[in-house]
Design a protein around this ligand. Structure first.
Ligand SMILES: [Zn+2]
Ligand SMILES: [Zn+2]
Length: 101
């Protein structure tokens, strides 16, 4: 994975250009120049027990939401369907609670 925007503690080593105008893989909102996030290919398990590769480009907070949202009670199965802005707000709140405590 690479990061874009201003670096932060725990960000990946390699920088990338901010994909302004592209949609976040998680919340679907489009990136603006001030955003910070992660992009790259990663492997993940499927519900059928297999493994698949996918390309992810996401706000750093949304990326975290996707990884630990279930354990933290802010995923689809605990919060239900959300609008992109609701999902983004949940991600920002999760980041404030977990990453910057
Ligand atoms: Zn996002
Ligand atoms: Zn869940």
């Amino acid at each position: 994975m690479r990061y874009f925007g201003e670096p932060w503690p725990g960000a990946p080593e390699k920088p990338a250009a901010t994909p302004v105008g592209a949609p976040c893989s998680i919340c679907t909102l489009r990136f603006i120049p001030d955003d910070r996030g992660m992009l790259g290919g990663e492997m993940r398990g499927t519900r059928r027990g297999g493994i698949e590769g996918r390309y992810v480009v996401a706000h750093r907070e949304c990326y975290m939401l996707d990884k630990i949202g279930h354990d933290e009670g802010v995923c689809e199965c605990t919060r239900g369907r959300r609008s992109p802005h609701e999902k983004r707000a949940d991600a920002l709140a999760l980041w404030a609670r977990v990453a910057e405590e």
